[in-house]
Design a protein around this ligand. Sequence first.
Ligand SMILES: [Zn+2]
Length: 82
Amino acid sequence: MPKAIDALETHYRGSSRYDLKMVCCGKPNCGRCPHGPYWYVTIQLRSGKAVRRYLGKERPAEVPEPEKTPTGARSAEVQHVR
Ligand SMILES: [Zn+2]
């Protein structure tokens, strides 16, 4: 059973909860854990059951973008000094 680590982002949309999570696969010789981050949605059904779905690495269209970092700071980060 893969071990879930704390969600990096959580968004609520109606009865659905979107989580961005790093996931540990649990393989002893993996060496690349944790994996991700990956998006998951948990849908609360009327019956009281909850269904969880894996959405992949792409931010779902339903989830708003996080606050953008200033472009100045970002371009400085990309520059490499030789
Ligand atoms: Zn792993």
